[in-house]
Design a protein around this ligand. Sequence first.
Ligand SMILES: [Zn+2]
Length: 410
Amino acid sequence: MMSHSNPQDTAPQPTVEVGVPRQSNLGLIASLVHHHGSLSRAQLTRRTGLNRSTVGTLIGQLVGLGLLYESAPTGEAQVGRPSPEVRPNPSAAALAVNPEIDAVTVGLVSLGGNVRKKIRFPTDRIPTAREAVNIAAAVIAGMRSELDSAYRIVGVGVAVPGLVNRSEGVVRHAPHLGWRDEPVAQMLAEATGYSCRAANDASLGAEAELIFGAGAGMQNLVYLNGGASGIGGGVVVGGKLLAGASGYAGELGHTFVRSEGRACHCGGSGCLETEVSQGPLLTLAATENGGDAVQFEEELRARSSRNGNVEVLRQLEYLGIALRNAVNIFNPEAIVLDGFLGILHSISPETLPRLLRMQALDGPADQVHIYRAELGSDSMMIGAAELAFAPLLADPTSSVIATPLRFASP
Ligand SMILES: [Zn+2]
């Protein structure tokens, strides 16, 4: 995994637009601690630009709300009185749901972005929206006593491989799942009693990598995720996820890469998603599914080295065309590749940088670095949880976490 420099204390912080109210100072402190895991009072004072006593008062309020806690100072030698460390309270948590063509995954994610639990429920066929909601609700019901005893759940975030209207929580079209106009957030809220929000899975993956992963501290990045349900993308410009008019922006899987390419379900042909896909790689790796990512990667690496990398290089060539376009259009600092795209890149890490040097414009190509996503299979869980945390982080005094939650058995 490639490394990059960590953001400095003074670096501008990424702010991800998620359709929630403007953040208060209380929310700013909660978000900083949530995103960084641990910050001293002195660091919070520097980063917020607020005065020291105000920061102390706000931290006190957030501790009182059960969102943060303070612990004894660690490490960092300081002149004068040591500054206590402020950390996210792990009992404040969100649930994450990710329906795919072969499984529904439910996760429990603490404030601070730590995945506490992840349950992948395989399905023998593509689940309908109703079936996916019922599975998620049943898994959550099974976790209920643990949730009640150890956590306070702020809500549920759903990461869907398809076009999702974020403000309404409606899946406009998820082609691989065969869903159209499904009000998934409302359905899941009714089935679980929790407040629910939904968004495109790759957008959420991009946000997760921006906040906690390979894109931490960056302002401009292009994220691409390859999974069983095709290729999704997210573009971050100036620290904000590019939404477009309706929140559908970033569908890099349907950029044009091959003039004689195959027809795509989107109505076009020669899309990145039709030329670069997991299926032929699973065949090459002689694996039945990509569920066990480590095994898939090992097999693919071993077999592609024996077979001269032909399929891997073919797919990287087409991925390179899509990345050339993205680099020329968005001038990102980083391209973050997740899922099987990250595996492809890691098998032949010199190929994509070489293609970009040859094909993209010199200026943007000189600046861009290609990273493999760092959060692995957790990125969708962490991104979906971010969706659930967003209203709370915008206004920590909102009743979201304090309201007793009704629970309807599925
Ligand atoms: Zn397409």
